[in-house]
Ligand binder design. Sequence first.
Ligand code: GLN
Length: 539
Amino acid sequence: MSKSKFIFVTGGVSSSLGKGIISASLAKLLQSRGFSVTIQKFDPYINVDPGTLNPYEHGECYVTEDGAETDLDLGHYERFLNVKTSQANNVTTGRVYQTVIEKERKGEFLGKTVQVIPHITNEIKRRIRLLEDKGTFDVIITEIGGTVGDIESLPYIESVRQLRWELGKSNSLVIHLTLVPYLSAAKELKTKPTQHSVKTLMESGITADILVCRTEHEISDDIKNKLALFCNVEVDSVIQSIDASTIYEVPLLMKNEKLDQVVLRKLNLKSSNDTNLEKWSNFVKRLKFPKNNIKIGLIGKYVELQDSYKSILESLIHAGSENETKVEVVSIHSEYIDKNQIENEISKLDGVLVAPGFGSRGIEGKIDAIRCAREKNIPFFGICLGMQMAIIEFARNVLCLKDANSTEMNENTTSPVISLMENQKNITNKGGTMRLGSWECKIEINSKVHGIYNSEFIKERHRHRWELNNDYLCELQKNGIKTSGVNPETGLVEIIELPSNNWFIGVQFHPEYKSTVECPHPLFVSFVSACLNYKKSKN
Ligand code: GLN
C-alpha cells in the first residue's frame, strides 16, 4: 500500500498555461499545512535531458544539486518550496527509452517483443514511483509536459491511467489545467475548448477530478456550473486561475480559490494546520509596493527570450523584494553592443550583470560592457561566462595582453587566460559531461564575499568546461584581482573580485539556481543593495 498520495497535472487547450506554477503553488499550500511535498516533471521530447538544447527551445537549463541538467520548471519548484530537487524529478521520453533500450540490449526482457505498452509505460510508472521509494513525501505531484491530445504525451497519459487504477481512487487525483478564452467581439468567456480537452482526456480513460481554468477575466458562477456539468467535475472543483501580476501571487490566489481544501478532501488527507503563508504574503507585499527602484543591465546573447535567463531574473526579484526595491532589468543583446555607444548606455544603469553562455557570439560586446563598468566603478556581477569575460577584459586592458581570450573562443590565442579544464580534454560527448552540480568552495576571510556569505565554506552549483588558467594567477593578483573563492581540492578559482571597485564580483558557478523566496541568494541581495547605493551616490 502506497504511503504517498499522487497528484497528476495535465494540460489542455494550449501550451504555456503555467502547469509548473500551478503545481508549485499547490505544493506550497500543502507544504504550508505541514505536508512534505515534491514535484516531478515528465517532458515528452526525445532528448535525454535538456542539457544539449539551445535556450531558445525551452528556456534555461536548470541544474540541480546532484548535477542533473533539467527543465526550468524545477527552478520554480525549488524557488517556491525551498526544497532541493534531483535527477529523479525530471524525466524525458528520451531517458525512458534509453533505459528500456539498454535493458533490451542486456537481454533483460527474455526474448519478449519490447513495446510501448507495457514496457515504456512500466518504465514511466517506475520513475513516477521512484520518489515514493524515498518514503519521505506525503504528496508527490507529477506534471505531464505537453498538451493532452499530443501524440507524444499518450504513453504518459496511459501510465497515469494505469497508476490510478493500481493506487486506488482515493490515493491519487488528476488536475487538468485549461484555458477559458475571452472573445472580445462577443464579450464572452468560452468553455468549449475546455469541454473538448476534457473529452480528449476521457478518450484515454482519465477523468479529471479538478479543473484549473486560466482566464483573463473572472469566471462567473454560471460558467463554473456549466464547466462542472459538461466536464463531469464537482462545482467546487472548477478553480479559476486569473492572470496575476507576478507568479508569486498564484499561491495566494489558489488559496482564495480553496484549491488545497478540495485536493485534501479528494485525497482523504486530514490537515491539522491551516495554511500559513504569512512570510510568503510579506514577500509579495514588498514586491508589489517597493520603496526604491533601480535599473540593472542584463547582458547576454539570448535576451530576446526571457526564459533563457529565468533563474537570474527570479533571483533579482527575490533580492529586490529583500531590499524593498523594484529591479528593472534592461536587456542588452551582447551581439549588438556598439563600442562607441556602450558608455552612454551603461551610464544610464545602476548595475551590470553579464550572463552565462557558450560560444563566441557576442563576447566582444560583453568585454566592452565590463570594461566600462570596471572603469566607471559601476556594480558588476559576472556569472560563469560573465566571470570568464571579466578576466579576459582585465588581461587585455590592464595586463596589456591584447590577444587574451578563452580557448573556447580562440583555440590559438597567445594568452589563454581561460582554458579547458584538464579532465575535459578527452571528452567528446556533449550531453551531461560538463562540470556539473554542487562543488565546495573555500572563501578567503579577508574578502568582500566572505562578508556577503558570512561563511568560510560554501557549496554552489556549476555548469561549465572552461576555467581560469592558474598560469596567469600571479600576474592577475599582482595587478589587483583577488581570487576570493577557490575549490579546496583542485585549486580551481571559483570567485574573483576587484577590491579597488565598490562591487565587482565574478563567480564561476551559478548562484541563481539556489535563490528561493524564503532564502534569497546573498550575492544577489548584496548586488542589488550595491546598485541601490550606487544610484543614490549618483544623485
Ligand atoms: N562556456 C563557458 C564554459 O563552458 C561558460 C559556461 C557558462 O556560462 N555556464 O566554461
